[in-house]
Design a protein around this ligand. Structure first.
Ligand code: ZN
Ligand code: ZN
Length: 451
């Protein structure tokens, strides 16, 4: 079977989902619209559009990364969100490996490969192979990489410039070009004592290889023609098969980015302009009956649990002052950091000013929230509210204006649809404003909730 380094539709959806952008599995969004969303997501992850506003990245305008060992490219290139940072610290404290297993999340796999690329550069390697060890020799579609140089966007942001390929159109042409390149490079690599040639390589799943290939190819378009012309190519690296490209640190997407990429999805099935909502629950929008029918099997569970429910609008605010020692009144968000993994510390935690709005990653979609009542001994009565992704963590503070509604929520929590010792409940909600939420109070979600 011929193997191509191109993400299939299902794989593209999976990558988007791993990046936090959830589209229905049976979406009819055209391939080019899906591809565009992935391109935007990868650009957002690289913060590329804040580095260059033009369609080219002027590589030569950045100075070279200093070759002293004080700050390695590896140390600078890692990025983590607050949630990931917490997980890394917990693993470290338990003495566990902080490297996640391959083949779980292709986006995470590529982020780890970027760190490997940096490490290999620091160790002085000039070339590298990215292959899937689970594929047979005949199936393998290696990505060959030769380092050109590393430049410095700023002291935390290296720019690794590479030549990669082959970008052949058929599997056989790819394999032929790849092995020619390999033969050429093997001559330059010192032989080990047993006569073998230790070719540096990175293990990748096939899906990850495809995503990496996508990233390399979309970044190649940002390389200025003048830069490309001065790259010295060997015989096995013709411009038709090997492209000049670059790698930047890959950040987990910020909630603002996810919010933007989840916006304007139109009909939940096909992305076309919407004309109606589900009349049973009002929670999803469609372009017409055909799409609504197609979506029923996945929507019915939510729909049945919402049908006939009563929605109330509640205010959101920052945490009650003084109720959490050491925390200010601001809201902690688990967000993207433009600092390396190593340099992360509490100072880098982003706070949201309570006067500001809460990020909205859900657009106008219905999502699950967890509502937790403050402990009865706490003199200040409040409810803490957050979503699965913890894209926001907000409070509803008991005040004269909403006292009656607040009590209604407490009664619901302590009633038969509540549970959890009457101190918390899960409910469906929808954002109705920057600092408010509409909650379906008298319907408990039917699915099991793992958070
Ligand atoms: Zn539709
Ligand atoms: Zn419905």
């Amino acid at each position: 079977m011929s193997q191509q380094l191109t993400l299939t539709r299902i794989e593209t959806l999976r990558v988007l989902s791993c990046m936090g952008i959830d589209l229905p599995a049976h979406t009819k969004l055209p391939d080019d619209a899906l591809e565009k969303r992935l391109r935007q997501a990868l650009n957002a992850s690289q913060v590329l559009l804040t580095i260059t506003s033009s369609p080219v990245l002027d590589i030569l305008s950045f100075s070279r990364w200093p070759s002293n060992k004080k700050q390695t490219v590896f140390d600078a290139i890692g990025r983590a969100s607050m949630a990931e940072y917490g997980a890394i610290m917990a693993k470290r404290a338990m003495g566990l490996s902080t490297v996640d297993p391959l083949r779980v999340d292709p986006f995470d796999d590529v982020r780890q490969t970027v760190m490997h690329l940096a490490k290999n550069w620091d160790e002085g390697y000039k070339v590298l192979l990215v292959t899937d060890p689970q594929q047979s020799e005949a199936e393998k579609v290696p990505i060959n990489i030769r380092y050109l140089e590393v430049r410095m966007i700023n002291e935390h942001t290296p720019l690794i410039v590479l030549l990669y390929g082959p970008v052949a159109s058929s599997h056989s042409a790819h394999r032929e070009a790849a092995s020619m390149w390999l033969e050429e490079k093997l001559d330059d690599i010192p032989r080990a004592a047993d006569g073998s040639v230790p070719m540096p390589h990175i293990k990748a799943s096939f899906e990850e290889q495809k995503l990496l290939s996508k990233l390399l190819s979309q970044n190649a378009k940002y390389v200025p023609a003048e830069y490309d012309h001065q790259v010295k190519r060997t015989q096995a690296e013709p411009a038709s098969l090997y492209k000049t490209t670059f790698i930047l640190p890959l950040n987990p997407l910020s909630f603002e980015d996810i919010g933007k990429l989840n916006l304007d999805t139109g009909c939940v099935v096909c992305g076309e302009r919407v004309s109606s909502r589900c009349s049973q629950c009002q929670s999803v929008s469609y372009c017409g009956q055909a799409c609504q029918r197609l979506d029923w099997s996945s929507h019915k569970r939510t729909c049945r649990s919402l049908k006939g429910g009563t929605w109330f609008t509640i205010p959101l605010s920052g945490s009650p002052e003084g109720s959490q020692p050491g925390k200010s009144a601001s809201v902690l968000t688990w967000n993207r950091f433009s600092v390396p993994r190593k340099a992360l510390d509490v100072k880098n935690v982003q706070h949201i000013d309570p006067e500001k709005t809460f990020p909205n990653i859900h657009a106008d979609k219905v999502f699950l929230i967890k509502i937790q009542l403050s402990a009865p001994i706490n003199p200040e009565r409040s409810m803490m509210i957050y979503d699965r992704q913890r894209s926001f963590e907000a409070y509803w503070l008991l005040d004269a204006e909403t006292k009656e509604l607040f009590e209604k929520f407490v009664i619901e929590m302590q009633g038969p649809r509540g549970g959890y010792a009457g101190l918390k409940m899960y409910r469906w909600a929808r954002r109705t404003g920057d600092k408010e939420l509409s909650v379906c109070l008298d319907r408990a979600p039917q699915e099991s909730i793992p958070w």
